[in-house]
Structure formats: structure tokens, C-alpha cells
Design a protein around this ligand. Structure first.
Ligand code: SF4
Ligand code: SF4
Length: 168
């Protein structure tokens, strides 16, 4: 469902808006003046049509629950470009993070791919599984064959801290 559909179908929720704003004490989405600098540099816009300026607009307008129930908030790649580019310290990234926190708290549906990525990080400490490469003469290569050091896989300390961050 597009953001425009969400806006036309939803009702505003001032209480939830207030709550998000209380948590966002370092970012100021209410100072957003819709210049779209965030969206024009957004990594996920090219692939997924994520428009951070529209998310900020929806949060400012109080359409929180609709965003929390939507897949849109999970398409952010956490590249932080929007935070860097924003002239108003409105930080769409921080706003999206708070929306995700709210989604988890309300047991909204979290995309399977996202849950798989979290499980992968917890298990190995890596966002992607270790890859092998193939040479021009079709010989498989791994880190060991290439003389690269072993990757530091997740130890118990990492797992404990990660679970703490996740609130587990
Ligand atoms: S969040 Fe910042 S960069 Fe994005 S539209 Fe608002 S003021 Fe512009
Ligand atoms: S942090 Fe998310 S919303 Fe912001 S520019 Fe990167 S992908 Fe887009």
C-alpha cells in the first residue's frame, strides 16, 4: 500500500504522535519543511520507493498506527544519509527507528527477510553470510584460499549485548 493510500484511509492519532515526539528528543520532525533533501538522497528510494520526507509528514500529521502496520518502515537501509542531509535536524532515520520500535512493541507484522537478517547477525555477527568468489577460470575461492584472515564471528559477549539492545 502506498503512502498516499495510507493518508487517505487513515485517521490521525495525536496521543501516539506525542509519544513518538517524546522519544525523539534528539530529532525534530516537527521542524521539517518538506524540502525533500532526505528523499533525493535516500538509498532505498531507488530500489523500494521509500520517501522519508513523506514518512516525516505522516508522523507530523499523526498517521502513526498506519505507518507502524506498514512494510514501508522496514525498507530503510539505515544508511543515515537523510540524517546528514537534513537542514532541520528532523532526521527521518530516527523517526523510522522509533516507528519500528513501536511496531515491535505492538506486535505488528515484521517482514520475514528482516527477521532472518536479525537471526543471521545474532548467530554469526555478520549482516551477510560469508561468500565464496569464482575466478575467471571457474575456480571457487574463499577467504582462506585468498590468504585473508578469518572473520571474527559472534562470541557470547556479542550475543549478550545484541540481545540487550534488542530488549531481549
Ligand atoms: S526531513 Fe529534513 S531533509 Fe527531509 S524534507 Fe524534512 S527538512 Fe527536508
Ligand atoms: S537512513 Fe533510511 S530513510 Fe534515511 S536515507 Fe538511508 S535508507 Fe533512506
Amino acid at each position: 500500500m502506498s503512502l498516499t493510500d495510507l493518508m487517505t484511509m487513515a485517521k490521525t492519532d495525536k496521543e501516539l504522535r506525542k509519544r513518538i515526539f517524546t522519544k525523539l528528543w534528539r530529532a525534530h520532525p516537527d521542524e521539517c519543511f518538506q524540502c525533500m533533501r532526505c528523499t533525493s538522497g535516500c538509498t532505498s528510494l531507488k530500489l523500494l520507493e521509500l520517501k522519508p520526507h513523506e514518512i516525516v509528514l505522516l508522523v507530523n500529521s499523526g498517521f502513526i498506527q498506519e505507518l507502524v502496520s506498514s512494510d514501508i518502515i522496514w525498507t530503510c537501509a539505515s544508511c543515515l544519509k537523510c540524517r546528514e542531509r537534513c537542514p532541520q535536524n528532523a532526521s527521518p532515520y530516527n523517526t523510522i527507528l522509533e516507528l519500528r520500535n513501536l511496531a515491535v512493541e505492538r506486535e505488528a507484522k515484521i517482514p520475514e527477510a528482516y527477521m532472518k537478517a536479525i537471526a543471521q547477525i545474532l548467530e554469526t555477527g555478520l549482516t551477510q553470510p560469508e561468500q565464496t568468489a569464482t575466478t575467471r577460470d571457474m575456480q571457487p575461492q574463499n577467504r582462506e584460499k585468498l590468504g585473508l584472515p578469518k572473520l571474527p564471528y559472534a562470541n557470547d559477549k556479542f550475543k549478550t549485548v545484541f540481545m540487550k539492545i534488542l530488549g531481549g
